[in-house]
Design a protein around this ligand. Sequence first.
Ligand SMILES: [Zn+2]
Length: 344
Amino acid sequence: MKAIVKTSRARGADYRDMEVPVINKDELLIRVTAASISPGDLCVYNWTAPSFTPPSLPFIFGQDFCGEVVETGSLAKGFEKGDFISVESHIFCGVCGQCRNDQRHICQNLRVIGRDIPGGLAEYAAVPARCAWKHTDDTLKDIGAVMGPFGSSVHAVLAEDIVGKTVVISGCAPQGLFAAGIAKAGGARKIIALDPSLYRRRLALKMGAGIALDPSAKDCLHKIAKVCGAEGADAVVEMSGAAGAVELCLKALRPGGRFVAFGLPLTNLSIDYAGDIVRRGIRLEGISGREIFRSWYKMESLLKSGAVNPRPAVTHAFSFKNFRKAFDLINSREKKCGKVILTP
Ligand SMILES: [Zn+2]
């Protein structure tokens, strides 16, 4: 089969022939129909994640994908050939304290498909059956490869009631774009999107943000206060991880507001912990991944009811063969893209 693989511990990847995976008893063999490029994939491609070490080279990456079941292991109950599935990339152990307390997404023994075992940037992939989400009809087939990231945004935005609240969404890469639509469906009173890219600010407005601002503009904080009131926003969903954005968002939040920490900074941040968090009673919540599978049920409902349409945020599709064009587009300074899909 053809696959996009890391062949060296350096920037880039290759498109080459690989063996079709042999599945374990608890796994499904998936004929991949589409994969979306995740921030994790980008780190692997750019080689900017020093903590990532492929188990062996060449290594197939790709964390978010969907496809058709073509083979089932003897212990992979509940699935059959022809089922269409989206992949939950987090492999949970099922027996640790977190798993037993419905926090499988932060399992103590977490492994990630496309990071710890081969991923979905290939014609075929082996997936543990417990990480497969079976579609019951064809309505979400076209967005099957973005359900993982969409679910993370569902988790981040709806971890707490946002009805009637003012919400700042910081960073309008795909996660933030999805978040804008989810915040609208969740009943937020005002949604303010922040991103330096004009292209992405326009997409955020299309997705449901009421106003989109450039966080690097000097009067950004002032403009947020004009929309939310002088006390500040009720909630911030910080998805960029950019140091300046984190600082700005902490100041944009009202005392007692909720700060959702989702974006991953490249280096440790220096923040006014006492002044901006402790003394203002800010509630800080780290969000990593989706609740397995609670977020999936929520997103299925949001998507099938039409409450959120993620499709405007999915802006480009390339064939596997043209994968370099896809990564170049996401890496470009202008960021003239939302979610980018790759298909075999
Ligand atoms: Zn566990």
